[in-house]
Design a protein around this ligand. Structure first.
Ligand SMILES: [Zn+2]
Length: 491
């Protein structure tokens, strides 16, 4: 009878950094709640609970992808739709023209409608009733433009024009905010968000966006204040309230854990740390991080768009602050945008410290690079291990007997729920498959792949486009290579 084990050497195990995901990112939450708030169609695809497929076949093979995707995180798929408004055309010399424009918009003649709106003489807007209706038409034009393009941002110019004509049109104002937010337009200033709160005081969205900004600036108590406002505006949605309660509790926990910490900046990092610790650790950590910034940034062809926050904990406060499993070495927390690392005794094992910091920096860098889009977890972890330096050995080094690998498609979602023994297999596979990807196809291909993912392309399509073989073929070749290496090792 074949034996299915993936035995690991205890000493080598320590070279693996493992971590656990935190609560969902506020960005995802934002999209969810914005969709609830804008009050439009929302499709939630709830996957069933995560279930690990225990390998049952002999030899080193990859199981075919099953129909279900149990191991992939539940995903929230949302179609954002802006709000059109009813148009009531008053009696006026322009009434017929405005009615015509309204019909054009309904019929999808958007270019023509826009030209007509732009051609309206200024004196048309001197009549208040006309003015309000022209603003409404601009809003509705933006809505149809957004629907046609399938993206909120496509209506931005029209919403902005609507607001410039009637700044009290709360629908147009919120559509503008949503469009700017989707476009990541720098025009979405704090002043604009504050004005949105005045124009549409019952809307949770401006509070959510501001909360996210305060989190990015590490002003956690301000973030909580805005999340509390958002919660107060979410009484109609138990789902949003529950999300917000979890998020507030999570932020408060981090805030309390870090409240007496001191902060020190380098060019590209802010390192926070409990003043009782050894100052030398702080200095060493900044050096390691700045090296990582140059080296890993160059390899991935990307440098973070903002300073990265790194929080140094004692081992006890690390586990209290992260609720991480006992085997967790470090953590990148995407929801709060910070690296958390325990530093007790760090200077006595600088190789460990360097590896953990570089590993978590890769996660932070990829998070910044992907702009809220997803990367398969096996590749995320694989890149972190490969680029941290001192990556664990490839799978054949651990093999005793025969083993079935977990299909990579099962390792795309969060690994947070994996039992520790499967987590190890997952890390080894991520490391091995990523190593094969880099060795065989080069870092340039990896950079191209990340570029496609950052534009929202699905992984299998992006993979086929940039690696020029299918994801399935890649897995087969990778496993073939592992088997060759195994055979080679046994002769
Ligand atoms: Zn990791």
């Amino acid at each position: 009878m074949p034996h299915f084990i993936l035995e690991t050497k205890r000493t080598t195990m320590q070279t693996l950094q493992t971590e656990r995901g935190s609560v969902g990112t506020l960005l995802g939450l934002l999209v969810l709640i914005i969709a609830l708030y804008v009050g439009h169609q929302l499709w939630l695809k709830h996957k069933g609970p995560r279930r690990l497929e225990v390998p049952t076949t002999a030899s080193m093979s990859v199981e075919p992808a099953p129909q279900s995707t149990d191991l992939i995180d539940e995903q929230v798929h949302i179609e954002l739709a802006p709000t059109p408004q009813p148009v009531q055309i008053p009696t006026s010399p322009y009434a017929a023209m405005l009615t015509d424009i309204g019909q054009m918009i309904e019929q999808g003649k958007l270019q023509e409608a826009q030209s007509k709106l732009q051609a309206l003489p200024p004196d048309a807007l001197s009549d208040m009733a006309i003015r309000l209706n022209v603003a409404t038409l601009w809003n509705n034009l933006g809505v149809h433009q957004a629907q046609t393009a399938g993206t909120m941002g496509a209506g931005a110019f029209a919403y902005k024009t609507a607001v410039s004509i009637n700044s009290r049109n709360s629908t147009a104002y919120m559509n503008m905010v949503l469009a700017y937010w989707e476009l990541k337009d720098p025009g979405l200033t704090t002043e604009m968000l504050e004005e949105a709160m005045r124009v549409a005081p019952e809307n949770a969205m401006p509070h959510l966006i501001l909360a996210q900004r305060f989190i990015e600036k590490d002003e956690l108590s301000n973030a909580t204040t805005h999340l509390e406002h958002a919660k107060a505006h979410s009484v109609d949605s138990p789902q949003a309230q529950s999300f917000l309660n979890n998020q507030i509790a999570y932020i408060e926990k981090a805030r309390k854990a870090e409240q007496n910490f001191h902060a020190r900046d380098s060019s590209h990092f802010t390192v926070k740390y409990d003043g009782g610790e050894d100052y030398a650790v702080w200095t060493r950590v900044l050096e390691i991080l700045e090296d990582a910034y140059r080296d890993i940034g160059q390899q991935l062809g990307h440098y973070p768009s903002k300073p990265i926050l790194v929080v140094l904990h004692t081992r006890q406060s690390f586990h209290n602050a992260t609720s991480g499993p006992a085997w967790s070495d470090g953590l990148y927390d995407p929801s709060l945008g910070r690296i958390k690392v325990p530093t007790q005794g760090a200077l006595t094992d600088q190789a460990w410290l360097t590896r953990v910091l570089r590993h978590e920096f890769v996660h932070a860098l990829l998070d910044d690079r992907l702009q809220g889009h997803r990367i398969p977890q096996w590749l995320n972890e694989g890149l972190a291990m490969q680029l941290a330096g001192d990556a664990p050995p490839d799978i054949p080094a651990f093999i005793r007997g025969e083993v079935a690998l977990i299909n990579l498609t099962h390792l795309e979602g969060s690994w947070g729920g994996l039992p520790a023994q499967y987590a190890m297999v997952a890390y080894l596979e991520g490391n091995s498959a990523t190593r094969y990807l880099i060795d065989r196809y080069g870092m340039g291909t990896v950079r191209d792949l990340l570029d496609r993912l950052s534009k929202g392309e699905a992984f299998p399509a992006a993979f086929h486009d940039r690696v020029f073989i299918t994801y399935d073929d890649f897995q087969r070749r990778w496993v073939d290579t592992l088997n060759l290496s195994l055979q080679g090792g046994r002769t």
